[in-house]
Ligand binder design. Structure first.
Ligand code: 13P
Ligand code: SF4
Length: 350
């Protein structure tokens, strides 16, 4: 990265001192992650944000829904800054508040809304987290989806899982013993989700038709292909991958789990990793005694994570150091209240 920009970022950070705390998601570029005070998966970063009451400014190097969650979990006096407001998430955009309300009306008409517990993946907007809070549900991340679902099935008979169908299906089927036919997919672009009332009533898991476009690119062929090319390779993937990919993999888990698994792996072992490319490349540098291969043959960055680059970070830090708060992410009081209910239910999981 440009040494002049590195020096400017360092100088601005030094000027801000303890007033600033920088969080970095594992999918961030190396040029940005070097300035993170803490790196982590979505769950760890939410907890870290909540654990820094002394920081006046939280600069979130990640995407919009993560910065919103940080704003919800921090006090009113703290300011959360996202260095580029265009850093969204295409999966989070696949579920809008109006669509989720329409879905709930369909569940009411099918006579099941009172026994359905809505669980939303962290990768969703604050108003959908608030919807879950209001309707007795919770948030989950890729590192606690099973515990969140177990909790949900103690509260009700069925789950509406938003917005990632793959995380919902993979968790229910591969970790909890559900059958594929216990799951239905609700398509927000079709009347009644494209489902009959009977199908809605019979399903244990009502999965929202959303997915991650980055992880969606890994196919079962990628797994077969890498196993043919590298004998003895361990296949390690994120649960946002399609069901057939996760079924064929050896290990599955969140970005933090992926790093810990590589850390604990024996020297000389080979790994094909199915997650975002900034992280996979970094794993190769972090663990030079192991062979780390990207699961796909083509490149696969998350374009919105990549929007946070060093020039944007320098601009945000220098603005804060000069007394100007830029790109602040704020969630209104009512949404904050109910989204926090849903987030706190997740944070309280055993
Ligand atoms: P985790 O870091 O929680 O595994 O999430 C991955 C992801 O896609 C974040 O957008
Ligand atoms: Fe969203 Fe996928 Fe990018 Fe994560 S990797 S921010 S889920 S598009």
């Amino acid at each position: 990265s440009d040494p002049a920009l590195v020096a400017r970022a360092r100088a601005a950070k030094d000027r801000l001192g303890d007033r600033l705390f920088v969080l970095g998601h594992h999918y961030q570029r190396d040029e940005v992650i070097q300035f993170a005070d803490v790196t982590g998966d979505s769950f760890k970063l939410a907890r870290e944000a909540a654990a820094r009451p002394g920081a006046e400014y939280i600069v979130f190097c990640g995407v919009h829904f993560m910065a919103e969650s940080a704003d919800i979990l921090t006090s009113d006096a703290q300011r959360v800054v996202l260095p580029d407001l265009a850093a969204g998430c295409s999966m989070a955009d696949m579920a809008t508040f109006n669509q989720v309300e329409e879905c709930w009306e369909a569940l009411e008409e099918a006579g099941i809304a009172d026994q359905v517990v809505p669980i939303t993946y962290m990768n969703s907007s604050a108003d959908i987290k608030a919807f879950c809070g209001r309707h007795g549900g919770a948030v989950c991340t890729s590192s606690n989806a099973r515990r969140a679902l177990e909790w949900a099935f103690e509260q009700g008979r069925q789950v509406l899982f938003l917005p990632d169908q793959h995380l919902g299906r993979n968790t229910a089927v591969l970790e909890m013993g559900f059958g594929l036919d216990d799951c239905v997919v609700y398509n927000p672009h079709r009347p009644n989700g494209g489902l009959t009332d009977a199908a809605l009533r019979d399903a244990r898991m009502i999965l929202w038709k959303g997915h991650c476009s980055v992880h969606g690119r890994f196919t079962a062929d990628c797994v077969d292909d890498v196993r043919a090319r590298i004998p003895g390779v361990n296949v390690l993937v994120h649960p946002e991958c399609r069901h057939e990919v996760v079924t064929k993999a050896d290990f599955v888990g969140s970005t933090e789990y992926i790093i810990k698994t590589l850390e604990a792996a024996p020297a000389g072992s080979s790994w094909a990793v199915g997650t975002e490319l900034n992280l996979v490349k970094r794993l190769g540098t972090m663990f030079p005694d192991k062979t780390v291969t990207f699961l796909d043959k083509t490149v696969c960055y998350c374009s919105t994570m990549n929007r946070i680059d060093l020039p944007h970070l320098v601009w945000a830090l220098e603005s804060l150091a000069g007394g100007h708060v830029v790109n602040q992410i704020t969630v209104d009081a009512d949404t904050t209240h109910w989204a926090k209910v849903a987030l706190d239910r997740m944070l309280a999981l055993p």
